[in-house]
Design a protein around this ligand. Structure first.
Ligand SMILES: [Zn+2]
Length: 564
């Protein structure tokens, strides 16, 4: 075999090794479900590989690429293997978290892949070091060909995403559509190996840094809370996702989407409750803060509900099946027990029931005075991937051959069917969670509400999904459910009586902080102002006052009154 043939053969093998995670992604990644998507993905990957050829000679090129590509390949492979998805910030974040058990858990599941990858590393670097150190492509040819390639690629994705922005988000303004197209184009790089690893690692590291700085500033903050209770008790806040009050049969929806919760005793549904914002990032921090949305700029100036319970001697637990979000990264870091599934909204096998086993484990941890937050994926888009096939009750829904072009008003019925299946699944999840809590046989209270609602082509504006571009009353009207154990009812009959009298109030998520504090009988020490505020905003108190006006945060971070 001639020297030239050997060099070319070695190069082919080296390229195949470098591209292995990308090729594997083409077979397993749920995002790459069609041939067109695979071709676009591989085109971007290949262009990314050609660019360094302009600056590096053959041997150097393969060694540098090997270091950049191969050392983070195990993370990508583990993510593809476990989540059928390229590594996201949530997944990369697991490797940053202080809880090493999860990392070890992941590595122990993916060990056959890891051994394979390490063997490949050795083969790769031996082959790379034998390559001659010559230019791979003539420099002039390379420079002239990459320019047009990149332009076509960028222009193509901008065109695609701006048409998407117009159709899905109903954006008429050209500038706004182009801005969204630019963001969506950049976002794609967060899903392409190896860029996803570096970009996500950077964003996770910067989130951690910011969270740590805020934590240092907040360290001296005290609510001045105490609890006189010496008995075991559990309080749980379940944060739903994109659930609409109007699609719950427990609130009068014609489809029976809450068959299990409807049969429960000790359970109350509040049909006139609203969120304070339309995105997870804006809404969740206010759900666990005593700062209402009208003072949203001050939200991060004091500690949160789990920390208030912590101050009163409770163990705090945060269980999450959600995407990593900066606005509550600090809060997660303060929990005594923190568990994240590492699966985010782009993952297609992240059912909320995966949080039930960690919840059981938290109960077994020995500490029987607990405040627990369960942050679910609920009804977040893509609806059909939020529930197992056994919950496919309303059909036809979106199906496995789904493409983004299917999000149109013409397909409203399929969207609605899949959406209602998510509500039915949430009914099952909540019911299972309540059974788990009930079996503890101690005073316990669970409050479930959603971070915001969802648009489903409800009026002539044709709004769909949620987020900054689509404010409407469906975006803010959320389910709000309270369940209590028999033991709790025996302990606090007056609070339960008050809860029942407030069932039809029109209010929002700003009651959560004060109500859960009051439900647990917590008191501010020598602070009559704070105690008075707690009682006027607690649904468990006879001093509760319903507000005249409810406020919501708009896309422009402006507070406006919610229309009746
Ligand atoms: Zn959300």
């Amino acid at each position: 075999m001639s020297f030239r043939t050997k060099t070319i053969l070695r190069s082919v093998v080296l390229f195949l090794i470098l591209l292995f995670p990308n090729i594997y992604a083409c077979f397993v990644a749920s995002d790459l479900s069609s041939l067109v998507k695979v071709m676009v993905y591989m085109a971007v990957v290949c262009i990314g590989m050609i660019i360094p050829m302009l600056f590096l000679r053959r041997r150097t090129y393969f060694i540098v690429c090997g270091m950049l590509w191969l050392f983070c390949a195990p993370i990508e492979m583990a993510s593809l293997y476990l989540n059928h998805n390229p590594a996201t910030a949530t997944f990369v974040g697991l490797f940053y978290a202080t809880n090493y058990h999860e990392v070890i858990g992941i590595l122990s599941v993916a060990w056959p892949l890891l051994i394979g990858v390490m063997a490949v590393w050795i083969i790769y670097f031996v082959l790379a070091s034998r390559q001659p150190n010559e230019w791979i492509i003539p420099r002039k040819t390379g420079i002239w060909s990459v320019g047009p390639c990149l332009s076509v690629l960028l222009a193509g994705s901008m065109l695609f995403f701006s048409s998407y922005a117009k159709k899905v988000n109903n954006i008429q303004d050209r500038k706004e559509a182009i801005a969204l197209a630019k963001n969506l184009t950049l976002m794609k790089f967060y899903k392409i190996f190896p860029y996803n690893i570096y970009l996500n690692a950077f964003s996770v590291a910067s989130d951690h840094y910011q969270a740590r700085r805020t934590q240092e500033q907040l360290a001296p903050f005290r609510f001045g809370i105490s609890s006189d209770n010496r008995f075991p008790e559990i309080y749980i806040l379940v944060i739903g996702e994109a659930a609409r009050s109007g699609n719950c049969s427990i609130n009068g929806y014609e489809r029976e989407t809450n068959p299990r919760l409807a049969r429960r005793t000790n359970l109350l549904s509040f049909p006139n409750m609203y969120s304070q914002a339309g995105t997870t990032e804006q809404s969740v921090p206010h759900m666990i803060s005593r700062i209402p949305i009208t003072r949203h700029k001050q939200c991060y100036l004091e500690k949160t509900l789990p920390e208030a319970f912590q101050e009163a001697g409770f163990q705090t637990v945060w269980l999450s099946n959600q995407s990593r979000i900066l606005s509550f990264e600090r809060i997660l870091s303060t929990a005594d027990i923190r568990y994240e599934t590492g699966k985010d909204m782009s993952v297609t096998n992240n059912y909320d029931e995966y949080l039930l086993a960690p919840l059981q484990n938290a109960f077994k941890s020995g500490m029987k005075k607990q405040f627990i937050v369960v942050h679910t994926m609920g009804s977040h888009w893509r609806y059909d991937t939020r529930y197992p096939n056994s919950f496919e009750q309303y059909t036809p829904s979106l199906g496995k051959d789904f493409t983004w072009s299917m999000i149109t008003p013409a397909n409203r019925q399929q969207l609605l069917n899949a959406y209602d299946n998510t509500i039915l699944y949430t009914d099952y999840f909540l019911d299972s969670l309540l059974t788990t809590v009930e079996n503890q046989h101690i005073p316990a209270l669970v409050l479930y509400t959603s971070d915001h609602g969802e648009n489903l082509y409800d009026d002539e504006r044709n709004l769909v999904l949620h987020g900054n571009y689509s404010a409407s009353k469906w975006l803010f009207h959320v389910p709000f459910i309270v369940w209590y154990s028999d033991e709790y009812a025996q302990l606090y009959p007056n609070k339960i009586a008050q809860l029942h009298t407030h069932k039809d109030i029109r209010d929002n998520s700003s009651v959560i902080f004060h109500s859960l504090m009051d439900a647990a009988g917590l008191q501010y020490n020598n602070n009559t102002v704070s105690n008075a505020e707690m009682h006027t905003r607690s649904i468990f108190s006879n001093e509760y006052c319903m507000p005249d006006t409810l406020y919501v945060l708009t896309a422009e971070e402006e507070c406006i009154a919610l229309e009746e």
